[in-house]
Design a protein around this ligand. Sequence first.
Ligand code: MLT
Ligand code: ZN
Length: 466
Amino acid sequence: MVGAEELVGVLRAIVGSDHVLVDADLRAGYEVDWTGRWRGRASAVVRPGSTAEVAEVVAACSAAGVAVLPQGGNTGLVGGGAPAGGEVVLSLRRLTRMGDVDPLSNQVTVGAGVVLADLQASLEPGGRELAIDLAARDSATIGGLVATNAGGLRVLRHGTMRAQVVGLEAVLADGTVVSRLAGLAKDATGYDLSSLLVGSEGTLGVVTAARLRLVPRRPARVTALLALASVADAVDVAATLRDRLDSLDVAELVVGPTLALVAQERHLSSPFAEPPAAALLVECGARTEAPVEALADAVLASGSLVLDAAVSDQPAARARLWQLREEITEALQAAGPPRKLDVSLPLDRLAAFADEVVAQVEAGHPGAACHLFGHVLDGNLHVNVLGVDDVTGEAVDELVLGLVAAAGGSIGAEHGIGRAKVRWLHLSRSPAELAAFRAIKAALDPAGTFSPGVLLPDPGPRASPS
Ligand code: MLT
Ligand code: ZN
């Protein structure tokens, strides 16, 4: 078995010296996540430039018994992309090849390192887009979106990243390459390895390229921010709009205190004279003419539930409304850092959960402020708690995730489990499911080379960093 020094030499021979980072200051940006909460020392950062190089790097690390942590844009919020200590961080950001769009199938093949915003910009002239959008679009990579089964702002219409993936190319733990990039809409020939890798958080293989389904762009857009008396009313209004509007793409919930926080921290102004208990940001899209009247009619159909509304189809005014939603994460980080919990609930229990989680967190932890926002029609709430330290934070996590489990929800909606929620996974997965998870891990990564400490509660057999 080669030692750590020797391995660095082998890695340099594979990817070139410039792409093996061992100096602390060069490694630094790859060793900490966006929140600053998750950090660790990598034994090296390796930046392969092709699938063949990824395969050779993985094979060399496996042979040396050194753990490998695949990393994309490093904008995940649960620590899945930050090293715990000693791993080789495998940055996929140089895999930026973008294939030509296939207009017949409406698909494209892209490298794992392609940034979401770059892909959308390249698709725009052809009138197509990937049906995934999220605030981290300028740094999130396709590989990371696949590995976490990302959701974001458009799930209500087109589903999560899983629904956009037609097939994947990936490197397995022994360096073998598996490829399913032909773009076949129908392919019932056994186990769907691509689907298994979606949401596997780098624990089963390294995604190197993806064949993606595209949808028509709908650039004529109208956006509205609606003021409501409660989260329950927001759920009702969002469901009414969804049922009446084929053009509805977005329904985002922000509770009153969180709307006030983002306005204050980011120096934005709320369009409402009276601060509402809850606000709903909705948006409809069409190919040529923004469906302003259709949205207005649907809002009227919600009766007296909508207390106030700001509506626009003009880019600058729409952008101002969006700031009140998209800048929440930065506002919370500036006021925190917060305890971040991304959960989903059955829709008929979301409003009761929202009331209860705020009441219980704030009563149980004096000084804590519980902020809620999220993708309401996906049942997805982002519970962010300010005013707690790391020790109290563990108790807050336990309280919030216990309430989620009691309400029949999921403790990880769209950010994944990462390192943050490993100890709570049993709240959402049965012993039988966890046993199946371990069997899959043992079959595809028997030495535990990939992403130790991420997702799976039982470490099982594992490569030890040398
Ligand atoms: C969002 O919806 O803005 C993201 O999931 C980010 C977050 O939860 O902070
Ligand atoms: Zn989100």
